[in-house]
Design a protein. Sequence first.
Length: 224
Amino acid sequence: MPDTPAPVPPQDATGSATQPFVVSEAQFDQMFPSRNSFYTYAGLVDALKAYPEFASTGGEEVAKREAAAFLANVDHETLNLQYVTEINTALYGNYCDPAQPYGCPAGNDAYFGRGPIQLSWNFNYKTAGDALGIDLLHHPELVETDASVAWQTGIWYWMTQPGEGEFTGHEAIVDEHGFAEAIRAINGPLECDGGNPRQVQSRVDRFVAFCDILETTPGHHLSC
């Protein structure tokens, strides 16, 4: 008999899943046992409405792989979801680009790294806020006070920003370019191509571990 294909989540007319997140709360707790209480599972699930195609396309195996890839990079950026804001407060005044026509209305030191992907710079707060329908340019503090908003900014970056790579994190996984290209989208030459192989390996190790928890496969081309 031929192998039975993996079940595909129920989908709506756009091809997006209509069932709950592919990561259960128990699995989320297993991934992040010592996380900051700010990073709630409920906040993450609520944030999925911003990009319903996240971790829901390509069949169950790929959907779980994308969730593992996103959460592995989040794990690395926040030290296992322990940090909500950037640790080095001395850098807080460095993220205002005065060349932007809208300036830094919340203050020159208001756009430091926050949330699961450590959103920083006034132009990123503006772009993310515009995409999500939230005024983050004037209220960047929402990324550290509202768990859903915080998760939404992380998913926004993953779904829309290729960084210095060719693909977004979403494209890297769903189009099977490999986890390596997801790393490149987040930290590019700072880590890839010999930039910092230890950091790359840290991300890969977490990704493989999370794939195991979700009972999916990591695919190919893991390290950049």
